[in-house]
Write a protein that binds this ligand. Structure first.
Ligand SMILES: [Zn+2]
Length: 125
């Protein structure tokens, strides 16, 4: 019988493909399962008001997800598209997390994005 690795967070490795691992490693070298990585990301977001995430699409809907693809927010509003000085496309969007509105720029679907917490209470006045 194959032994399962227990990660530093106390859980087993998350389901993963042959070419990936079912965990993330933090800056101290501790290994955490996907769910714990997501929790750490959320904790960091609440603490810092900033986030590094991915903009992706699920069933044609825009979602903001964390590194292993777990959803941070599926309430996403695309505000506009623009091009940066280098001709790259930028998508200005807002999303709801913890009942607060965050805004940021994504470099397109499947790309990395940065966002920060806003003081906006409603997406539309
Ligand atoms: Zn865990």
């Amino acid at each position: 019988m194959k032994k399962e690795l227990i990660l530093d967070c106390g859980h087993k490795e998350s389901v993963h493909s042959n070419i990936t691992r079912g965990y993330g490693t933090d800056k101290d070298g501790n290994k955490h399962c996907y769910e714990c990585c997501l929790e750490m990301d959320k904790k960091e977001m609440r603490k810092t008001g900033k986030c590094f995430a991915y903009h992706s699409k699920e069933n044609g809907k825009d979602v903001i997800s964390s590194w292993p693809g777990l959803t941070i927010s599926d309430k996403v509003e695309i505000l506009n598209y623009s091009t940066d000085n280098f001709g790259g496309e930028r998508t200005y969007l807002r999303f709801v997390f913890d009942n607060e509105i965050w805004s940021g720029f994504s470099m397109g679907v499947g790309m990395y994005m940065r966002a920060k917490r806003t003081k906006i209470k409603e997406l539309y006045a």
